[in-house]
Design a protein around this ligand. Structure first.
Ligand code: 26W
Length: 809
């Protein structure tokens, strides 16, 4: 341990020797990263052990957050902030001739997630540790994270993300805590002496699940929780290859490869369900391993298994870990020897479930045949869960249509959301409007059947990463103004409202925004050679590329904006820089065409000398947590323009708000609550409301051609997709054109266009009154406390999990 700069420098030099075998003069920047990170590791190791011991000794209830994704990003800087070591390290490194920022850049981004759901899981871990709550993550150690995106000739190209190439300093392999996971084979049933049936699986394929633990470090306390990621390995690692005859040798190698495939890649789809066998394997693999290790630890305490729900909560992040329901049943029935009723009671008092999407194409439905072949015993249990559940439904309604509507197994498919709802004691949505839609529409019959299960937990983000780390200048200014109490209690940010109209304070906020815009502009110019006007409005849309998120609406509006400028080069407009970033699922054609459209637009406009610095369009490659940390603080305007009812919550909207950007958005997801928090004057809302959208879907009455024929601006920009406007190639964006018009514009892009354009006019006039603008900006920061994930996690802890803080001495 070190407590001052001199001690730090000694310890650091020592680490370079022991970890890298190098003296100070030979050490490169990566050596410095390894040296610094392993020093931090040493510093927290005592607390990690102490935390586990305290949890064991005190025996309070703990929660396990099961998620197929954890989008962690870089960790070292957060660890330095949380442990309070940052200043000492920064200065110490400086005196040794190194720059902390450069050292931090050496860390690979742990990109083990697609987007919202995975990043939420990471924010939740951070908040649990900060609030001293006994809560841990359980997931998969993917060899390859989400693909790296490059833009080549305007197109997205995917490259593998080999994030583990140089090793990962934060993971600890725990070989002694491995468990066995079984796939396939057949189930045998025999009657025991006591008359009970016993089930055993035979001729199965066995796999070893080895945990890799990553410490999750609390802010300003001694808590170090654990994120446990499972790796799949062959059961007999050290089989002697030479002892196999030729056939067996091949078999052995094939077995090894098949096992290693399980954890090889993160599936890059975040809204289209595809019934892939390997994905089902991944799901069962980590769920089974996670539950086995929880039960093993629980049983060491020698208390009745019936007490499980009072000591353990298992939360499933969407339906990907929903096999937790039948797997916990299996362990209780087959391994613990409980009867069905007792096992069911324990299971349904232990598991809770969050839904993250209402998009029908995202709902997981596994083919029965595949499910039964891969997981024969689990399938039997699901059948029995369903048989009993359908009986209840029948007894209540005596209506076959109701039974069909709610059956977990239907038309040769296993409906995972239904399994999750039936097997959980709590079901929540992630923003008020989303929870309302679940209750009223998507899960209406389940809500009517068991209304007590349903609740809302509006998402949040960790203000430690998204403000303290990403924008230390703003964080310092806030602390000077209202004292640093907001860091422990983010709701105190509301005290900033006292300064919203203070011109001196406004100037300071504006100055910081300019600094952050400047850093981003430098990055863009350095990487893409595009010159950026710092006096322009930085208008940013960063998220996965998806039709419902409507990047196309943004692009069409920019085309219209460009047209107006071309018509009248002296048009009195405030200059704009439109920035996009986001990945498309590799097989998602429309999303990839959208990326191409934006990149074509960028090339055309940025290369147009007549436009000069009035308009720029930038598509940044490879959106990631780290890139987000550069972008959110630099935004003036936050684009949150999904078709109302489609975005469950959104969390980027919160990151922008916390950094003082003003939202232009629809009344969708958490935008609704952002508006309620900041008030109508501090947000720009446009477009159809959710109920209108849902009514159109149900009753019809919308015709995209009507808009096309009546709105000249809409018609012109659509025509430009197919008239050679971009490159002379006429039909270049025919498929986008057809997609919008022939599908009757399923996400109401045309319908919302004119209102969106009007919203941008309102936005511009607000921006032009700079005093008013900075007042709005400050109001957004001041009201962002509600969207800290500390608030969200406190609500989960009290309202769902019933867990309390455990203070680590
Ligand atoms: C089976 C394919 C698949 C994979 C991932 C379907 C659906 C998903 C996720 C549930 C998609 C997702 O990330 N949803 C987002 O969750 C965020 C956190 O709650 C919300 O803020 C976003 O609105 C929601 O789209």
């Amino acid at each position: 341990m070190f407590t001052n700069k001199a001690e730090f420098k000694d310890a650091f030099i020592n680490k370079l020797q022991t970890m890298c075998g190098k003296g100070l003069d030979e050490a490169g920047i990566h050596d410095c990263y390894i040296g610094l990170a392993s020093l931090v590791r040493d510093c927290i190791s005592r607390n990690w052990i102490q935390t586990n011991k305290q949890y064991r000794d005190q025996g309070e209830k703990q929660v396990y957050y099961f998620s197929i994704e954890f989008l962690l990003g870089k960790l070292l800087d957060c660890h330095l902030i949380h442990t309070g070591l940052r200043q000492i390290c920064r200065e110490g490194l400086h005196e040794l001739g190194f720059d902390l920022e450069e050292v931090l850049a050496e860390e690979p981004d742990a990109g083990l997630g697609n987007g919202g759901l995975g990043r939420l899981a990471a924010c939740f871990l951070d908040s649990m540790a900060a609030l001293s709550l006994p809560g841990h993550g359980c997931g998969i150690r993917y060899r390859y994270g989400l693909f790296e995106q490059k833009i080549v000739n305007h197109h997205q190209v995917e490259l593998p993300d080999h994030w583990l190439r140089d090793g990962y300093i934060w993971e600890f392999r725990k070989a002694d805590k491995a468990v066995e996971v079984r796939f396939g084979g057949t189930v045998h049933c025999c009657k025991q002496g006591n008359g009970k049936l016993a089930f055993s699986q035979e001729d199965y394929e066995s796999i070893k699940a080895v945990p890799y633990d990553i410490p999750v470090i609390g802010y300003g306390n001694n808590t170090v929780n654990t994120l446990r990621l499972w790796n799949a390995e062959p059961l007999q690692v050290d089989f002697d290859l030479s002892s196999f005859n030729h056939g067996d040798y091949l078999k052995a190698v094939q077995y090894k490869q098949a096992v290693e495939r399980i954890c090889k890649i993160l599936y890059p789809d975040d809204s289209f369900y595809e019934g892939r066998l390997l994905r089902l394997k991944q799901q069962y693999f980590f769920v089974s391993a996670g539950l086995q290790s929880i039960l093993r630890r629980f049983k060491r305490r020698k208390i009745s298994i019936h007490a499980l729900p009072s000591k353990v909560a298992v939360h499933i992040n969407d339906t990907h870990p929903a096999l937790a329901v039948p797997e916990l049943m299996r362990l209780l029935l087959d391994e613990e020897g409980l009867g069905w009723e007792a096992a069911w009671q324990i299971t349904t008092e232990t598991i809770s479930y969050t839904n993250h999407t209402i998009m029908p194409e995202a709902l997981e439905k596994w083919p029965v045949e595949m499910f039964r072949t891969l997981l024969p015993r689990i399938y039997m249990i699901v059948e029995e869960i369903n048989r009993r559940f359908c009986e209840h439904v029948w007894n209540r309604y005596a209506d076959w249509d109701k039974v069909r509507e709610m059956s977990i197994i239907l038309d040769e498919q296993v409906h995972m959301a239904r399994l999750a709802v039936v097997g959980s004691y709590s079901v929540n949505g992630v923003a008020q409007i989303h929870s309302d839609i679940l209750r009223k529409h998507v899960m209406g019959s389940f809500y009517n059947f068991s209304p007590h299960k349903f609740n809302n937990k509006t998402n949040g983000i960790t203000h430690r990463r998204w403000l303290l780390k990403a924008n230390p200048e703003l964080a310092d200014l806030i602390s000077q103004a209202i004292s640093p109490g907001w860091i422990a209690n983010p709701q105190e940010l509301s005290n900033l409202m006292r300064y919203a109209a203070d011109s001196g304070f406004q100037d300071q906020v504006a100055e910081i925004k300019r600094t952050k815009k400047n850093s981003l502009a430098h990055f863009i110019t350095g990487k893409y050679g595009i010159k950026i006007n710092l006096d322009s409005i930085f208008d940013i849309q960063i998220k996965r590329i998806h039709s419902y998120k409507r990047q196309i609406l943004n692009a069409l509006h920019i085309m219209d904006f460009y047209h107006r400028l071309k018509q009248d080069p002296d048009l009195p407009i405030t200059p704009r820089t439109f920035i996009f970033a986001g990945k498309a699922a590799p097989g998602y054609f429309i999303a990839k065409q959208t990326i191409k459209l934006i990149n074509r637009l960028s090339e055309l406009i940025n290369g147009d000398k007549t436009i000069r610095d009035k308009l720029k369009v930038v598509f940044l490659e490879n959106y990631s947590v780290s890139l987000g940390e550069l972008l959110f603080p630099a935004a003036d305007v936050s684009e949150q323009i999904s078709t109302a009812s489609k975005e469950a919550s959104g969390t980027g909207n919160m990151k922008f708000m916390m950094n003082g950007a003003v939202t232009v958005g629809t009344l969708d997801g958490a935008n609704v609550e952002i508006r309620a928090a900041v008030g109508d004057d501090n947000i720009v809302i446009f477009g159809l409301r959710a109920e209108q959208v849902l009514d159109y879907y149900r009753y019809g009455g919308y015709n995209a051609w009507d808009i096309y024929n009546s709105d000249g601006r809409v018609k012109r920009v659509l025509e430009q997709l197919v008239d050679g406007f971009f490159s002379g190639e006429k039909e270049e964006f025919r498929l986008l054109y057809d997609y919008l018009l022939l599908n009757n514009d399923e996400f109401f892009v045309l319908k919302d266009f004119s209102d969106y354009a009007a919203a941008h006019v309102r936005l511009e006039s607000k921006y032009n009154d700079q005093r008013e603008w900075w007042k709005m900006s400050i109001a957004n920061i001041a009201h962002s406390g509600k969207f800290s994930s500390d608030r969200t996690i406190s609500e989960y802890a009290q309202g769902i999990w019933s867990i309390k803080p455990v203070i680590i001495p």
